[in-house]
Design a protein around this ligand. Structure first.
Ligand SMILES: *Cc1c(COP(=O)(O)O)cnc(C)c1O
Length: 481
């Protein structure tokens, strides 16, 4: 395996690319950060990007593109129907996944909407390793229900189990033995997003697929974060160690009936699509693509993005490219652990996840500890993370809070975007905040939307804790931004 070791023994992630286009960043003084977060009602989605120094909200649509992707975008073939750019992407997808059909969509949730519209009817139940916000919203919109069959280890924040995204296959077999007639498909998510970007193992995928075949139920893979899962299969799974990433990708695809992905993540561009073998589902799905997304040769994507995805998918199969994200995340997790900051372990893909339930244990879940931590970190370092906890849940039918199983603040590390010194800066500001965690207080809703409330909700601090936190920062680091 091609690794690079330092002679002095340090374990430092090394950028395997050079920077040739840059975007200037602003770092506002702490007093202005305080004003901006209050204007944004303590919801980091409502901040303006120009007021953020390190945007660690997400890896979605913000990964760095390569020179080859940019070049491909210049020779895109603009056409409503029959674009050569689409056929190039279709060829790449066929080659990589070994699946004949590729149906384009504008992004991952477009795929989820179409699949749910066709397959989910009232009373259906969809088993999965873990839900994703938009996935569950579309299944429930169609009258279905999600049941999560994650292995118990998956919800432990501190662990050394390498495949915390595994589905509990015994539980799946027992469930299907009783209720297979109500199950339109089983969904497995690669690089399981909401539990900290945690992968499944190949044996787990194979066993899940075997059980699905036994009960004649479709297996659908959400491959949005498959890039990170591929890396962990290569590095940690005995079954895959001797295979190339291309071979692992194909072996994974061979176990699945349908694969869909957000190309805002997989493929380093902006779009999405559904890959599948010949089946009676292809034609009805095509009709839904045309109705909801656009004609079959663009599906809501610009042809330029389609070209970039085709190149990006190929680049994903290069370990020097795919290792960047997980290696930087592992470095960040290690550095924070060394300083005693509670983080999700082992390090996964997608980002470094702070465990808010241990970071701010004095804030009850009804006061949104992970969201409060997110607002506090913006004040402390102009860093934007994403709350993944109770705020990201929906209320139940009676209007009661559904308390999340994990209260996480995700600090996404978009691929090839940040340098090591920027990661070191983030580690430093998180550490300062941890030293001052007692100053952080809770939040309450001032305006609470009914659907996906975390996107547009307006919140307010329960005391003047934000002012106090900003004043402490100014006192501790006088003269520093
Ligand atoms: C981001 C994501 C989606 C949705 O994709 P969008 O492109 O944001 O619509 C679905 N599933 C997973 C696992 C994701 O990470």
């Amino acid at each position: 395996m091609e690794t690079i070791s330092f002679f002095d023994g340090r374990k430092i992630p090394l950028e395997r690319h050079k920077v040739r286009i840059v975007q200037q960043l602003n770092l506002l003084p702490v007093e202005e950060r305080l004003a901006r977060i209050q204007e944004a009602s303590s919801n980091l989605y409502l901040l303006r990007n120009k007021d953020i120094f390190l945007d660690m909200l997400t890896d979605s649509g913000v990964n760095a593109m390569s020179d080859r992707q940019q070049a491909a975008m210049l020779q895109a073939d603009d056409a409503y129907a029959g674009s050569e750019s689409f056929f190039r992407l279709e060829r790449t997808v066929r080659d990589i996944f070994g699946m004949e059909h590729f149906l384009p969509a504008h992004q991952g949730r477009g795929c989820e909407k179409i699949l749910a519209d066709l397959l989910v009817k009232p009373g259906d139940i969809v088993p999965m390793n873990y839900h994703f916000t938009t996935t569950r919203a579309h299944i429930e919109r169609c009258g279905g229900e999600v049941i999560e069959l994650l292995i118990p280890e998956g919800l432990k924040c501190q662990s050394d189990y390498p495949f915390k995204g595994n589905l509990d296959t015994d539980a799946l077999a027992a469930f299907l033995a009783e209720k297979a007639d109500r199950v339109p498909f089983v969904r497995l998510e690669a690089g399981t997003n909401l539990i900290g970007g945690q992968p499944f193992s190949f044996a787990n995928l194979r066993e899940t697929a075997r059980i699905c075949r036994q009960y004649d139920v479709l297996l659908i893979l959400d491959a949005s974060l498959l890039q990170d899962n591929l890396y962990f299969l290569k590095m940690k799974d005995e079954d895959c160690r001797d295979l190339s990433l291309r071979e692992i990708m194909r072996a994974v695809a061979d176990q699945c009936d349908i694969i869909y992905f957000s190309a805002r993540k997989l493929g380093f561009a902006r779009g999405g699509g559904i890959c599948m073998r010949e089946s009676e589902l292809v034609d009805p799905l095509k009709e839904l693509v045309v109705l909801n997304e656009g004609f079959l040769t663009y599906g809501g994507m610009s042809v330029r993005e389609i070209e970039a995805i085709a190149v990006g998918l190929e680049e994903t199969l290069d370990l020097a490219v795919t290792s960047q994200g997980p290696e930087f995340i592992a470095y960040m997790v290690d550095e924070l652990e060394k300083r005693g900051v509670p983080v999700v372990t082992p390090a996964g893909g997608l980002g470094c996840h702070l465990d808010a339930s241990r970071f701010v244990p004095h804030i009850p879940q009804e006061e949104y500890p992970a969201a409060a931590l997110a607002a506090a970190l913006y004040i402390a370092g102009s860093i934007r993370g994403m709350e993944r906890g109770t705020l990201s849940e929906n209320r139940d039918a009676d209007g009661n809070e559904t308390l999340a199983e994990m209260e996480l603040l995700r600090l996404a590390v978009p691929r090839r975007v940040f340098t090591k010194s920027q990661i070191d800066y983030a580690v430093d500001r998180v550490t300062w905040l941890y030293e001052n965690r007692d100053l952080i207080g809770g939040l309450r809703f001032e305006h609470e939307p009914k659907i996906l409330r975390f996107f547009l909700g307006r919140l307010a601090p329960l005391s003047d804790w934000q002012e106090k936190l900003a004043a402490k920062f100014a006192g501790d680091l006088p003269g520093s931004l």
